[in-house]
Each structure stands twice: as structure tokens, then as C-alpha cells.
Design a protein around this ligand. Structure first.
Ligand SMILES: C[S@@+](CC[C@H](N)C(=O)[O-])C[C@H]1O[C@@H](n2cnc3c(N)ncnc32)[C@H](O)[C@@H]1O
Length: 375
């Protein structure tokens, strides 16, 4: 009986959680979280302002104005959350991370798309069932991923890495960075927070802490803007609508410019099982030099066996000009010797099913996908 209770605290029944349509349920979660934004009389004008800043690629103007944030989330988080949910579901190597215990560090994730999409995928990640059995997708690449995962199941999570140098060559530009040379004292611009778990399905089991934590997934939402007025209510809705209690999901936020490369960030990287860059890398590449350094430092700090997931626009927004030549941003990562490409797709669509309902038109997303493993 006690065992049963314990199991039900960490194992969700997707049908019970989602009802008939996981996609619609995900949209309902975003809608409920963003209700205040929809009530804003200035919603449409703010959205137009955001769009015009995007058109000018003035990302700071989009995100550094707190009034933009709720509107941004309401408009962009729903289709992204759906896209990320399906992305995780398609890749056993990502689903494996969701069985826990694990830490997922999401760079530039304040808007909440990662929180909702990954949490929804967690509902399917039954810690008691082997991922191989749970997956039905049979594309060759995904099968390869599962094999790769099985081979490397005994991951070194010590956080230590002897790979202190990351080198990449792109055209005429060569970048060689040693992690030892730029270890700074902790950046004063970085702030971390572990949110106390809001009302959520609770377990009364007196299981030992170590056992309870066995399936805990920690999602660290890193961003250079304080999105807590959006993330806090969103986390509460996620917990209650997806039945994810604190024994299963821990949410943390980290505020700071990722390009500052604080010690705190690199410590987070060294402990992460998965690092995500979802629709943020091409923005960061506005500052090419610092972003190349960031990439090299992050890759060097990743523990061996950890994964990196990169998703971004498959169009010209992800172009990277080096000298006279133009590359896609993922090409920089593809060339790194200490990263193995586990999955790659240079252009794919996530199309929102027309049957779904949401207060705004949902956007189909053409994007590239890369999953890397640190060697
Ligand atoms: C286009 S949004 C993508 C948001 C989210 N990843 C998603 O998929 O919906 C880019 C995000 O990156 C954040 N960001 C931009 N530059 C950053 C930086 N230098 N350091 C940390 N976060 C940054 C922004 O605040 C914003 O939340």
C-alpha cells in the first residue's frame, strides 16, 4: 500500500492528466497562466511594439521592458511549448533525462515555453518504465539515439572534465579557449532562486529523502531578465494541471546575462545533464565574439555524457557571418571536437493542429534541431 502511494506520487497517468488531447491541455495551461496578460487593454499595441522590435532585431528592446514580458509569453509560449513537448517525446535521449534524477539548464528560458513543454513531456516519462519500451517512434535516427543512450547509460556526472580546451574552426576564424584562463569571481549580476513549491499534489509518504529525490527533475530557467512575475504563476498552474509535485519537479531561476560567463553559470553547467538553447542562440550571436567564447566555455564545462539541445529558426535569422562567408549558427557547434552530434535536422516544421483552440492565432515553426553529447 505504502509502495503504491510512493509510486503514484512520482508516476503520472498521461490520460488522467491530459484527457483526450495533450496539445489542447498544454495550450490551456499557457492560457490559464497568461490570463492577466489577455486582460490588458494595451495587449495588442504592446504586441505590435514587440513585433517591430523583432523586425529590427532589437532584442534588448523586446525583453528589457517589463511591460512586454506577459504579452510576449502569451503570444510566443504556446506554440513553442507544444513544439518542445513533441520534440522531447520524439527523442528517447531527451525523455531519459526526464525520468530523473536530473538537472536541465535552460538558457534564455524566462518566457516559460520550456517549463510548460518539458513538464508536459515529464508526464509521459514514467520513471519505472524503460524508455525503450515506451517509445514507439521508429525513425532510424531516433533508434540510433536509443542505442547510443544504452551504450552510455553509465554517465560520468561528477561534473569534472579534463577537456579544458574547446576549439572550433569556421572559415578563417579559429577560436581556442581555455576554461582555466577566464574563471572569474561570481558575477554580481547573477541571482539564483529556488521557488518554494506552490500548492501541488502532495505525497504524505514518509519515504527517505534520497529515495524521493530519485526521480526529481530540476529545471533551471536562466535568463537575463527577471521573468518571475510570469514564471511563478505558470509554475503553479503547471504543477496543479500536470500533477507534478515537488518530489518530481523542482523549478529554479537564475537571472544574469549568460554572456557574462559567471562562475555561478559554469557551476550550473558542470552539474547539468542537459543544457538547452531554444530560440536564443541566434540572439546571442548578435555579439559574435562573446557568444563564441560562451559556447566554448559551456562545452568545456559540460560533464562528459551530458547533452545539449539547440533549437532555433531555420531561416536567415540563424545566419552567422564569418569574414565573407555566411554559416548557420549550428555549424559552429557541429565543428566542436568534444561534441558528438546525436541528432540533427537542419530544417523541420512544427505545425499546430488546426483543431486546437487558443485566444491568439498559433504560429507554425520552421526550425533546426541539434542534440549533442559531450564526449
Ligand atoms: C526569443 S526568446 C526565447 C524564449 C524561450 N527560450 C522560448 O523558446 O520561448 C529569447 C530569450 O532569451 C533571453 N535572453 C536574451 N539575451 C540573453 C542573454 N544575454 N542572457 C540570458 N538570456 C538572454 C530573453 O530574455 C528571452 O527570454
Amino acid at each position: 500500500m505504502e509502495e503504491k502511494k510512493k509510486a503514484s506520487a512520482i508516476v503520472n497517468d498521461p490520460k488522467k492528466v491530459f484527457g483526450r488531447s495533450p496539445d489542447q491541455h498544454i495550450l490551456n495551461v499557457v492560457k490559464e497562466s497568461c490570463q492577466e496578460a489577455f486582460n490588458l487593454p494595451s495587449f495588442n499595441t504592446t504586441l505590435q511594439t514587440i513585433k517591430s522590435h523583432f523586425f529590427d532585431r532589437n532584442y534588448d528592446a523586446v525583453f528589457q521592458n517589463p511591460e512586454h514580458l506577459p504579452v510576449y509569453s502569451a503570444r510566443y509560449a504556446p506554440s513553442r511549448a507544444l513544439c518542445y513537448y513533441h520534440l522531447f517525446m520524439e527523442h528517447p535521449v531527451l525523455m531519459k533525462t526526464l525520468e530523473g534524477p536530473s538537472t536541465i539548464l535552460c538558457i534564455g528560458s524566462g518566457a516559460g515555453s520550456e517549463l510548460v513543454g518539458i513538464s508536459a513531456a515529464m508526464v509521459h516519462a514514467n520513471p519505472a518504465v524503460k524508455v525503450k519500451k515506451a517509445k514507439k517512434v521508429a525513425t532510424k535516427t531516433v533508434k540510433d539515439e536509443a542505442e547510443e543512450m544504452a551504450k552510455h547509460d553509465t554517465k560520468d556526472t561528477n561534473g569534472a572534465t579534463d577537456d579544458t580546451t574547446a576549439t572550433t574552426t569556421l572559415g578563417m576564424e579559429t577560436l581556442t579557449v581555455s576554461t582555466e584562463s577566464t574563471q572569474n569571481p561570481a558575477s554580481p549580476t547573477t541571482a539564483s532562486e529556488t521557488t518554494p513549491a506552490p500548492a501541488a499534489p502532495e505525497t504524505k509518504t514518509k519515504t527517505k529523502k534520497a529515495k524521493v529525490n530519485k526521480h526529481k527533475v530540476t529545471i533551471v530557467m536562466q535568463d537575463y531578465v527577471d521573468w518571475s512575475p510570469i514564471l511563478r504563476p505558470m509554475e503553479a498552474v503547471v504543477r496543479s494541471r500536470m500533477l507534478l509535485g515537488p518530489e518530481r519537479l523542482q523549478c529554479e531561476t537564475e537571472v544574469g546575462n549568460v554572456l557574462d560567463l559567471s562562475d555561478g553559470l559554469l557551476e550550473r553547467v558542470a552539474k547539468a545533464d542537459l543544457i538547452t538553447f531554444m530560440f536564443v542562440l541566434n540572439e546571442l550571436f548578435q555579439d559574435k565574439k562573446r557568444t563564441m567564447l560562451l559556447v566554448a566555455k559551456i562545452v568545456a564545462a559540460m560533464p562528459s555524457g551530458a547533452h545539449m539541445l539547440v533549437v532555433d529558426s531555420a531561416g536567415s535569422f540563424s545566419n552567422l557571418k564569418v569574414g565573407e562567408r555566411t554559416y548557420m549558427v549550428y555549424m559552429l557547434l557541429d565543428h566542436l571536437k568534444s561534441l558528438e552530434i546525436v541528432y540533427q535536422d537542419d530544417a523541420t516544421w512544427y505545425r499546430c493542429p488546426p483543431s486546437l483552440t487558443y485566444p491568439l492565432k498559433l504560429e507554425n515553426m520552421r526550425h533546426f534541431v541539434r542534440i549533442y553529447k559531450k564526449l
